[in-house]
Design a protein around this ligand. Structure first.
Ligand SMILES: *Cc1c(COP(=O)(O)O)cnc(C)c1O
Length: 458
């Protein structure tokens, strides 16, 4: 590691040559890349039309060019044939979620019968908890990260409240050790063990939104099950970012949104995984004896859905948790995007992600004042990378704590046409997405960081 960093070439020509040699260089052309002028909100500057450095795929992924055409096909079918579009649109609406199963199952490492596209992320977390958080007086606690995404905190607290438990008692929050930024797997396991038979549900982010830490999902899932708890994963920052094996890891359920790394547009339809041991055996129970859930007609067996009877007959797959017919205009972009992921494959994407992020990390280390190898040793430097260094413990996101004038740094980035986000009090998140970011993007970002640190150094 050290050797490769100290020998790292930091010049622009090297960045460009890495791009030329990149086996995935062609996928960038599938996306619409915003311009510097649009990101900096200044259309009159001389470089306004230059492509921006878009490092914000962790928040809103870019639009595949094909998406516009695909949505316009739906609008055209609606205009031309009205209700007949359910059967005769180019991609008929009635079974619109079905062709998504294949690519979605490969994306998260599941069987096709274990995944379904429906609703949005927080809604799905609640629907999953309606079935899988069934607290008793003895077993009622929910384990989450202290730095969970706020929506997840609200969701679990309100679920505990809904069942009559005080959230302060029912919600167990995992905190890093004093002076550390990320959770240790052993500490997570110990906490689950300590609360033992009182834990009903362990529900963590697969990749933490703030630190970028990738959790050891198989190990934690095992630990939760050993305590007798249900284990669900929020994969908002993991789906399309890291390789997943949800079926083999034996997770009970998982939920993710499609607008971050999955490039399916703002508010796109989300995804959900229910392990087959919960979904498959439904028919074996009597009509009234399946897992309780909040049911709707789209979860009914399609064979009898339009018989319009009053009794719910859940279909023998994750679809049994879907309630409504899906919003087609928000689902179509998911289909387009998943086709891209399916063609490239997560293994190849993850390889590129490693090259891209190791390169970026090396550039950051080489900046004086970064706290890296070229920085003031022992003094910590003016920025700190909060994300674990080891590739096995992170996805493509780096969270940088900018210790001085963090907001100013973020503004400088925006002015320079770099899209990334800022989280209070001082965290700048940058995520080179392997489908459309380049080594040159990383190089441009590092240059702005170098300039900022040069200005803020005493
Ligand atoms: C982005 C994100 C959400 C957003 O929830 P929506 O219901 O899609 O608005 C929730 N949880 C996590 C962990 C996220 O990263």
């Amino acid at each position: 590691m050290l050797a490769s960093h100290s020998s790292l070439a930091t010049d622009e020509a090297h960045a460009l040559s890495l791009d030329r040699e990149d086996p995935l260089r062609h996928t960038r052309q599938l996306f619409c890349i915003p311009s510097v002028g649009a990101i900096a909100q200044d259309a009159s500057r001389p470089d306004a039309m230059r492509p921006a450095v878009y490092l914000c795929g962790n928040s809103l992924g870019l639009m595949p060019a094909q998406t516009r055409r695909a949505i316009s096909d739906d609008l055209e079918a609606w205009a031309r044939m009205g209700v007949e579009g359910h059967f005769h649109a180019k991609h008929p609406w009635l079974p619109a979620h079905e062709p998504l199963r294949g690519p979605m199952s490969r994306l998260v490492g599941a069987g096709e019968h274990e995944v379904v596209a429906m609703n949005s992320l927080t809604v799905n977390l609640h629907l999953m908890m309606a079935s899988f958080y069934r607290p008793t007086k003895e077993r009622y606690k929910i384990v989450i990260e202290d730095a969970a995404f706020p929506s997840d905190s609200y969701a679990v607290e309100s679920q505990a409240n809904l069942h009559g438990f005080a959230s302060g008692d029912a919600v167990v929050r995992l905190r890093p050790r004093e002076g550390e930024q990320t959770l240790r797997t052993q500490d997570v396991i110990d906490t689950i063990g300590r609360h033992g038979a009182s834990v009903a549900l362990v529900m963590l982010g697969g990749v933490n939104y703030l630190s970028g830490q990738l959790m050891d999902m198989p190990t934690i899932t095992k630990a939760g099950h050993a305590a007798g708890a249900v284990v669900g994963w929020d994969l908002a920052h993991a789906a399309g970012n890291v390789e997943l094996r949800l079926h083999d890891w034996n997770a009970d359920f998982a939920c993710w949104c499609s607008y971050k790394y999955l490039n399916s547009g703002p508010g796109a339809v989300a995804g959900c995984f229910v392990h087959e041991r919960h979904g498959r055996n439904l028919a074996r129970f009597g009509e009234r004896d399946f897992l309780p859930r909040l049911a709707g007609w789209w979860g009914n067996d399609p064979e009898t859905r339009f018989a319009m009877g009053p009794a719910f007959v859940p279909v023998d797959r994750a679809d049994a948790w879907s309630m409504s017919n899906p919003p087609i205009l928000a689902l179509t972009p998911v289909r387009v995007s998943l086709e891209i992921f399916d063609k490239v494959g997560m293994a190849a994407l993850r390889q590129k992600s490693r090259r891209l992020t190791d390169y970026l990390h090396g550039l950051i280390d080489a900046i004086p004042g970064s706290g890296g190898e070229a920085g003031e040793k022992g003094e910590g430097g003016a920025i700190r990378v909060l994300t674990p260094r080891a590739f096995e413990e992170r996805g493509c996101q780096f969270s940088l704590a900018v210790l001085e004038r963090g907001r100013e740094f973020h503004q400088a980035l925006t002015r320079a046409g770099v899209a990334c986000d800022f989280r209070e009090p001082n965290v700048v998140r940058v995520a080179p997405a392997p489908l459309y970011n380049t080594f040159h993007d990383c190089w441009r970002f590092a240059g702005i960081l170098r300039d900022h640190l040069a200005k803020t150094r005493p």
